[in-house]
Design a protein around this ligand. Structure first.
Ligand SMILES: [Zn+2]
Length: 143
C-alpha cells in the first residue's frame, strides 16, 4: 500500500473536472486530467507534480482539428481508376480495336503515370490518360 499523500489533487483548472490523476512514468510523475487532457510537466516527486497541478501549471492539448470532408483515399483511387478505365475504352473504340487482354496492366500503368505526373492542383483530363497510354506503348516497345 502506498502512503497517503499529504496533499490532495485539486479539480482541473482547465475544465473543472475532478479527474486529475497522478501518473508515474519510470521515476517521474505528472498529473493529467482524464477529461480534457491537461497535464503537468514531469517531476521527480509526486508532491511536486501535484503542487504544480494545483497551481494550474499545466499544458492543455490543442483541440483536434475538425476533419475536412475529403473522399477516402481508397474511394479516390477507385474513381480515378474508373475514369482511366472508361477513357481507355473510349480510345480503343476510336481506334477501332478490341479491349486488349492486358487492359488491366494498361490501367495500372496509366494510373501510376497520371497520378505521379499530374499537377496536384489541377484535375487531370482524358488528355493525360492519352499521354499515359502513349507512355505505356513506348515502355512496352522498349522491352
Ligand atoms: Zn480537465
Amino acid at each position: 500500500m502506498e502512503d497517503r499523500l499529504a496533499i490532495n489533487v485539486m479539480a482541473c483548472k482547465n475544465c473543472g473536472e475532478r479527474k486529475g490523476l497522478i501518473q508515474a512514468e519510470y521515476n517521474v510523475y505528472h498529473v493529467r486530467c482524464m477529461n480534457c487532457g491537461a497535464e503537468t510537466k514531469r517531476y521527480m516527486t509526486q508532491i511536486l507534480a501535484i503542487q504544480k497541478w494545483n497551481l494550474g501549471e499545466v499544458s492543455v492539448p490543442r483541440p483536434k482539428e475538425t476533419p475536412s470532408i475529403q473522399p477516402l483515399p481508397i474511394e479516390q483511387e477507385q474513381s480515378d481508376r474508373k475514369f482511366i478505365d472508361l477513357t481507355l475504352c473510349q480510345m480503343y473504340e476510336q481506334l477501332g480495336t478490341d479491349v486488349p487482354g492486358n487492359h488491366g496492366d494498361v490501367v495500372d500503368f496509366v494510373y501510376d503515370d497520371v497520378i505521379n505526373t499530374r499537377d496536384l492542383a489541377e484535375d487531370y483530363t482524358d488528355e493525360d490518360v492519352r499521354i499515359g497510354f502513349r507512355r505505356f506503348i513506348e515502355s512496352v516497345s522498349e522491352e
